[in-house]
Design a protein around this ligand. Structure first.
Ligand code: HEC
Ligand code: HEC
Length: 647
């Protein structure tokens, strides 16, 4: 076993010469220690990506070892790290990045002819979501639908967002779907407004998500703009081409809360974290995913599969790019829609792990709380900001056996919580890690699916008409006026710019731009004495992001943060949330070495990459290092980056 790890790893290191060739360099992939002489391989900070690119094999059972479900169940922190690495990896031509005929235009605007966004522009999620670096950070603007651009949000806590979005739908359906057939029949349309309460304590006002009927007679349900609606026949099956309740054959509709993105007008963005993995991969990187989990819907009701991570997927409006109409002898899709010769560029297993990372993406932190921030929180409530920027939401505990289908809550699907806040005594941000799983005698991890009180998220998950200050004119002249209430968590750390278009260089400016439904709150802010406005800004600025693997953190749950946290016999320095410390086979660092200046430094490079990352596990082993695991490689001993056989 050991020798095969070493063999694979030696082969990987031998690949260094390839990496040095122009056009093939992959900045993030540096597994080497101080003794490595291969060009471009050494990284004594240990922060680079340490594994070669190998498509993950999708499995739905914990065994065999090395499939996506194996990692999730037996080695969840490794699954998390592998998924995270896929968001940071800089994909290369040999991985199939971009298309054969590269166009930087993607999609069409509502005029049906104007290209919507810039595509084929990035080789990594991390190219845009870069602040903080190597995390689900915020970042740049890019040209999307309007010359103004779209400001990249952070996606810390994005799993929590998706869980709440799904729960909101469930609670709405408890009220709307009286016959419990899981869609809204025409007979169930009503002008009654549907309210959902965010959390029982502190008692918050229930949120109005619109009504299921069509009182204004425009053919569309009068739900809030944030819902994506699709029309079905009387049996609940998707009616292709139907766009209105009045279309022939329509028996009702179904809907999902489109929780991600700043907002669009009746054209919505990705509904789940999984879709928000494969969609940017193809839009920005030309990397095409073959993903039955999102695409396979035999009963054609618009709901595809529940992913390994436990999240219901839907293909509505968004179909994964590589359909897999033709498969090779080992089950890989030969379709290659972008014609660049690379097949099966992103696998269903890759998406399992990316989704696992995103579902567990740590939530933002709270910075130093002072008299000013406390005053700011009071001002925030008093001015009416909290009407939309709702502070606290409750994830209900799982209840899979409930006889009422709309009360079968999922519970918190994460397997850990990272709570990061400012410690006055030590004057720094500090984290504490809480496991949210149980382990059985076989070493299998199961999320507890308990309830969780989400604090500080600062949104009502609704779209609001925001007035001229935020109106977005698209390339084709179309206007977008409704936007999702900006999430406040993390907002003090995203730095400028603020707002969906990134037009505001200060928080004061983004608040003054509020209008429309927020006019009264905005006017109250402008009229408030300067001291109160300053307190409010201080409060907003205390909503922070942080480099998840650098902040001092109590990882082992002993109530203290060690300055000499020992992992695998080595002193790793200050205790922090490096997922490698929590692998089934924990990462073993190289430790003290002399640097080029002769000074002793701690090398965080791992001496056991192969074992820690499971590189020789049956379903991950990629003997010829061409990106296809042996079990899915028609030529397992011939390096063929394109399809397993040819380069
Ligand atoms: C070209 C820059 C760019 C790249 C590359 C990119 N994103 Fe984004 N991302 C954005 C922008 C801009 C938004 C806001 C989208 C909008 O409102 O239209 C966003 C939004 C998101 C959101 C939604 C967060 C929220 O609360 O709405 C998630 C999740 C996300 N991105 C994940 C990813 C992942 C995963 C990748 C890589 C597979 C990726 N992004 C690649 C620019 C980018
Ligand atoms: C009617 C609902 C509503 C009210 C009331 C409201 N907001 Fe907002 N807020 C929004 C929406 C919607 C956005 C997103 C605007 C955009 O960029 O498109 C937003 C964005 C923001 C942002 C920027 C978020 C980001 O990520 O860039 C901040 C900060 C903010 N609001 C603070 C406030 C404060 C402070 C108040 C009270 C004075 C307030 N808001 C009142 C709906 C509201």
């Amino acid at each position: 076993m050991k020798s095969s790890v070493l063999m694979v790893f030696a082969a990987f290191l031998a690949g260094a010469t390839l990496l040095a060739a122009p056009g093939l360099a992959q900045l993030g992939e540096r597994p080497g220690t101080s003794v490595d002489t291969s060009l471009g391989f050494k990284d004594l900070t240990g922060l680079s990506i340490k594994t070669p690119r190998t498509r993950i094999v999708h499995t739905t059972q914990p065994l065999p070892p090395g499939g996506s479900m194996y990692f999730q169940v037996y080695d969840p922190f490794l699954a998390f790290k592998m998924g995270k690495d896929l968001t940071q990896r800089e994909f290369r031509p040999r991985d199939g990045v971009f298309a054969a005929g590269i166009s930087n235009f993607k999609g069409l605007l509502s005029d049906g002819e104007t290209p919507a966004i810039i595509g084929n522009d990035q080789v990594s999620c991390g190219g845009c979501h870069a602040l903080p670096y190597r995390d689900a950070g915020a970042g740049t603007n890019f040209a999307k639908k309007s010359g103004l651009g779209r400001n990249a949000t952070h996606f810390f806590g994005s799993g929590i967002q998706e869980m709440l979005a799904w729960q909101i739908r469930q609670k709405m359906m408890q009220q709307i779907d009286t016959n419990r057939n899981n869609f809204v029949d025409l007979s169930e349309l009503s002008s009654e407004h549907v309210y959902v309460s965010p959390a029982p304590r502190p008692a918050a006002k229930a949120i109005d998500f619109g009504s299921s009927g069509d009182a204004d007679g425009d053919g569309q349900p009068d739900l809030n703009n944030i819902f994506r609606v699709w029309y079905v026949d009387a049996g609940g099956s998707v009616l292709p081409g139907a766009t209105s309740l009045d279309d022939p054959g329509v028996g009702g509709y179904n809907f999902i809360l489109e929780v991600f993105g700043w907002g669009e007008q009746r054209f919505n963005l990705n509904t789940t974290n999984r879709v928000f993995a494969w969609d940017p991969l193809v839009a920005h990187g030309g990397l095409e995913a073959h993903d039955p989990t999102t695409a396979y819907d035999p009963d054609n009701d618009g709901w595809s599969q529940v992913s390994n991570a436990g999240c219901q997927q839907s293909w509505i409006g968004h179909v994964p790019p590589d359909p897999g109409t033709e498969l090779n002898s080992v089950g890989l899709s030969l379709d290659d829609p972008d014609g660049d010769g690379s097949i099966h560029e992103i696998s269903e297993g890759d998406l399992d792990l990316m989704e696992w990372y995103m579902i567990n993406s740590p939530r933002p932190a709270m910075g130093e709380q002072t008299a000013a921030t406390a005053e700011g929180a009071r001002v925030f409530n008093a001015l009416g900001c909290a009407e939309c920027h709702v502070h606290t939401w409750l994830i209900e505990a799982a209840d899979p056996g409930n006889p009422d289908i709309h009360k079968r809550y999922n519970g918190d699907l994460r397997f850990f919580d990272l709570d990061v806040r400012y410690n006055d005594a030590t004057a720094r941000l500090e984290g504490s890690l809480t496991p949210l799983y149980t382990v059985d005698g076989d070493g299998r991890h199961f999320p507890n699916r308990s309830s969780f009180l989400v604090r500080g998220i600062g949104t009502d998950f609704r779209h609001h008409e925001m007035g001229p200050g935020f109106t977005d004119q698209q390339y084709d002249g179309g206007l977008v006026t409704a936007f999702r209430t900006g999430l406040l968590w993390g907002n003090g750390a995203t730095g400028f710019p603020w707002g969906h278009d990134g037009k505001s260089m200060t928080l004061d400016d983004v608040i003054r731009r509020h209008g429309g439904e927020a006019q009264a709150a905005r006017d109250a802010y402008v009229a408030a004495p300067e001291g109160r406005r300053a307190a409010l800004i201080a409060y907003l600025m205390s909503h922070l992001l942080y480099p998840t693997d650098q902040v001092p953190t109590d990882v082992d749950g002993d109530g203290a943060i060690s300055d000499h946290f020992v992992v695998a016999g080595e002193d790793t320095g200050v205790e922090r949330f490096n997922p490698e410390w929590l692998f089934k086979v924990p990462g073993e660092i190289e430790g003290l070495v002399a640097n080029p200046q002769g000074v002793l430094v701690r090398s965080d490079a791992l001496v056991n990459v192969g074992e820690a990352y499971g590189l020789d596990l049956e379903y991950l082993l990629d003997s010829d290092l061409d990106g296809f695991a042996d079990v899915q490689d028609e030529c397992p001993l011939t390096t063929g980056y394109k399809d397993g056989c040819s380069s």
